[in-house]
Design a protein around this ligand. Structure first.
Ligand SMILES: [Mg+2]
Ligand SMILES: [Zn+2]
Length: 217
């Protein structure tokens, strides 16, 4: 019998070629946003505080952000076909991002793939700038702004064989929690260093191939 699969995917850099947050901050954020980001990477500033401060420096309307993302952000060309196949087979695909609802919605709508189930932080317009809301607090993890480990554990507890694909720092908790992890970029390096089991992937054709090889599809 095939397992009951659920695919959880990181968004920025995993499904997209560019990082939506980087695009927004480069165009509309404070010129010093990278120094905040350096402190987040070094652990001096938490991911939550970093995101609040970075987005709080953004001076752009919703329409401006949407236009920027539509112009600048491209999907991995293998993702739409993957999503279609999974939908046909009744395998749920959930996007799990440490970024923002507005970014997922804009990019996926532009590609004709909206709506999709997702978990994301919220961007709320406030006067001239943007406030950040974290709707998924974690009891177990204080490192992440939006810990992806919790939902992955919940899906497994519901009986899903949970496949996770990611590429970055905020994907580590999910990588440790998933039934099977696909990793690229920084996440792949980290998994190798920390001996967290993960299959290296380049695009979603690789993932589909590996799932077939395991006879999970
Ligand atoms: Mg990412
Ligand atoms: Zn976490």
């Amino acid at each position: 019998m095939k397992p009951q699969l659920l695919i959880a995917c990181d968004f920025d850099g995993t499904i997209t070629r560019q990082d939506t947050l980087v695009e927004i901050l480069n165009r509309y954020g404070s010129p010093t946003w990278t120094s905040v980001q350096d402190k987040v990477v070094s652990g001096e500033v938490s991911i939550r505080e970093g995101l609040k401060s970075e987005m709080g420096s953004v001076r752009a309307s919703r329409a401006e952000i949407e236009r920027l993302l539509e112009e600048r952000v491209q999907l991995d060309p293998t993702f739409p076909g993957f999503l279609r196949q999974m939908r046909e087979r009744g395998v749920p695909v959930v996007l799990v991002t440490g970024g923002f609802d507005l970014c997922i919605q804009t990019v996926m709508a532009q590609a004709g793939l909206w709506p999709v189930p997702y978990l994301a932080n919220r961007l709320i317009p406030k006067e001239e700038t943007w406030q950040v809301d974290f709707p998924y607090p974690s009891n177990t993890c204080t490192a992440c702004g939006h810990c992806k480990g919790d939902p992955v554990r919940n899906w497994r507890a519901q009986g899903y064989t949970t496949v996770f694909a990611g590429n970055g720092v905020t994907d580590r908790c999910a990588a440790m929690a998933a039934s099977l992890t696909f990793a690229k970029d920084e996440l792949e390096t980290w998994c190798r260093r920390e001996a967290v089991p993960a299959v290296r992937f380049g695009n979603f054709d690789d993932i589909q191939k590996e799932l077939r090889r395991r006879e999970w599809l």
